[in-house]
Design a protein around this ligand. Structure first.
Ligand SMILES: Cc1ncc(C[n+]2csc(CCOP(=O)(O)OP(=O)(O)O)c2C)c(N)n1
Length: 501
């Protein structure tokens, strides 16, 4: 038991105060010790993939490390998707895996796999090599000795990730000569602590802004906000990207638009484009503070003049097709302002919220999982990120929800008051129906990509003791009322209206 205890103590000293423990014999000593410890918070889950995403959600919530504790074998491998997501979003997710003793390696003995480097370059492999800006994997070979442990006081130290150094010169240059060809900002997902700095910076610059819902500042931007569609085929000379890679189509089109210079300021230091562009690798808020006051640049190409009327056209369309998917998402965006937090799972709902969501009332807290754009583990991440937050709203596509069907197993451990889980059940991966590239495929070929499905999810809601509401039209929203138990809303858009939209 001494090696188990010392490894847990090292994690506590590194600022890890929460653990998600999964069942197994090899890790039973670690689990028993954590259960007996006074101090750390311990969550329990039977399914390691969901557990790792839930732990990632905990990291998102309080910006402190959280560890998943697994047994040996494929249990460790189940954590890979969450580790990858944590890598691209620089989150201190820790995987503590029990392994069989060294002499078992390569033996093919039961539940013995090659665990040591299983996460490749995605995770640091010792506390000494870990800077706190991404995942850490501690793989501990353990004997299966008898377990005895008494209650013990475990002290959790504060967590501090290493500070990155950066140079603001490239940002200064970017905001200086050359802006006469137009400068706009594209704001992707932002960390909560970066939002205020970004908001005031953009106000000072006075430039047009395309902001994703998970930036957390979209609705506060007022007149600076412009719809992405205004720039299709009409790109400015420069784009300043702040935060995570923007979700919309326009960013992808930039790949082919060498005439537009791009500067990204982001935590993971990755350009998000395969073509030439510049990057400042640091926390966005710190870079902006490092710049000091920013001079007004304004709208040098009259983009506001051209872009703003488009909002009016969008609103007219929403009025005329109220039960289309955009119509229902638009109304949902109004109802969701009553929540304490909002999580949007996959690409299409994020794009729809960006384009059609209400633009007046900021949401209290907004989250998404956009590091690797996976549709896996989304519900689990949401539950982790809002485990202690009442009135939490989460919005997901149907395939995204079907991917994480066991996630509600965590509901009894998390805050359920006012919780609203919304699945937009449009019968498969409708994002692919919008890809021009697929327009010439046969029905069968398209079906293999869209994966249409016809399941209704009411019985899933019953299985996990959630309340259930089906919304098929604007009027059905009158019945939407959150209670003490999680409310599951199955939102089924009118397919014909959606097509017309
Ligand atoms: C793990 C994973 N597998 C596959 C994909 C590719 N993918 C992106 S969106 C999508 C469809 C999502 O469908 P749904 O959740 O129903 O949302 P919709 O597009 O209909 O809003 C798929 C399969 C992915 N991003 N992640």
């Amino acid at each position: 038991m001494t090696s188990e205890k010392s490894i847990i103590e090292q994690l506590l000293q590194s600022g890890c105060g929460e653990f998600v423990v999964c069942g197994g014999a090899r890790n039973a000593g670690l689990v028993a010790l954590l259960e007996a410890a006074k101090g750390p918070k311990v969550w329990k889950h039977f399914e390691e993939r969901g557990a790792a995403f839930f732990a990632l959600g905990r990291v998102k919530d309080h910006a402190q490390p959280c560890a998943v504790v697994t047994t040996s074998g494929t249990a460790v491998a189940e954590c890979l998707p969450a580790v990858i997501e944590a890598f691209y979003t620089c989150k201190p997710l820790i995987i503590l895996s029990a392994d069989r003793p060294a002499e078992f390696r390569g033996s093919g003995a039961p539940q013995t796999i090659e665990q040591e480097e299983i996460f490749g370059n995605y995770a640091a492999r010792s506390l000494d090599d870990w800077d706190g800006h991404g995942p850490l994997h501690l793989n501990v070979p353990l004997e299966e000795s008898e377990i005895t442990c008494d209650p013990w006081d475990a002290h959790v130290e504060g967590f501090l990730a290493e500070r990155r150094s950066f140079d603001v010169r490239s940002l200064l240059d970017f905001l200086d000569n050359g802006v006469f060809r137009g400068l706009i900002a594209m704001v992707g997902g932002l960390e909560p602590e970066d939002r205020e700095d970004v908001f005031y910076f953009l106000k000072d610059l006075g430039i047009p802004v395309i902001a994703d819902i998970n930036s957390g500042i979209r609705e506060a931007l007022g007149d600076l906000l412009v719809p992405e569609i205004a720039f299709k085929g009409n790109l400015p000379g420069r784009i300043l990207r702040l935060g995570e890679v923007p979700v919309g189509r326009l960013w992808r089109d930039l790949e082919e638009s060498a005439g537009t210079e791009v500067l990204s300021i982001c935590r993971n230091g990755l350009p998000g484009l395969a073509r030439e562009s510049k990057v400042i690798h640091a926390e966005v808020g710190r870079v902006i503070r490092g710049l000091g006051a920013a001079d007004q640049i304004g709208d040098v190409r009259d983009d506001f003049l051209k872009a703003r009327p488009l909002f009016g056209l969008i609103d007219e369309k929403l009025e005329s097709l109220p039960d289309s998917e955009p119509g229902l998402v638009s109304l949902l965006s109004v109802y969701a302002t009553t929540g304490e937090s909002l999580f949007i799972g996959n690409s299409l709902p994020i794009r729809e919220w960006n384009d059609f969501g209400q633009r007046e009332t900021p949401y209290a807290r907004v989250f998404a999982n956009r590091g690797a754009n996976g549709i896996d583990g989304q519900l689990s991440t949401w539950l982790g990120a809002t485990a202690e937050t009442p009135d939490s709203w989460g919005v997901f596509g149907d395939l995204t929800a079907l991917y994480d069907l066991a996630a509600p197993a965590m509901l009894p451990q998390v805050e359920q008051k006012g919780r609203v889980l919304i699945v937009i059940n449009n019968g498969g991966g409708q994002i692919f129906e919008k890809l021009p590239r697929l327009a010439n495929l046969t029905e069968e070929q398209r079906a293999a990509i869209v994966q249409p499905q016809e399941v209704r999810l009411q019985s899933w809601a019953e299985m996990w003791s959630m309340d259930y509401l089906k919304i098929e039209s604007r009027e059905d929203f009158d019945k939407l009322e959150a209670g003490d138990k999680t409310l599951f809303v199955e939102l089924i858009p009118d397919a014909v209206q959606s097509d017309n939209f």
